[in-house]
Ligand binder design. Sequence first.
Ligand code: ZN
Length: 135
Amino acid sequence: MNDIKQIDHIGIAVENLDESIDLYRKLGFKISSTEEVPDQKVKIAFVETGESRIELLEPSSPKSPIAKFIDKKGPGIHHMAVQVDDLKAKLTQLKKDGIRLIDKQPRSGSHGLSIAFIHPKATDGVLLELCEKSD
Ligand code: ZN
């Protein structure tokens, strides 16, 4: 079976990554790394929270989906990411089950993960990211 394993991270849209990093440090969180994901037009910082993480996302272009999200709703929780063993198989299964997907094929995310998003209309308004670790 290709069940969901655990929450990998919670994605939070922010306007200014450096300011948010300072804020999270002040709150007592540990920032592990930052990187840019050109595919999604975002700059990312990972905040460690035990087995899962928080992903702070700043748009690196006005065309970024994160920029559009902030325009509409302001900064805040953007998505939840969960781990699966075999993303391709999972997407095939979801398609068969009639679940509306944003990504029909895996694409590359942060930390070398393979990722795909499920449409929030299919998941009670939560943007759900599936991710597969390639180790
Ligand atoms: Zn994410």
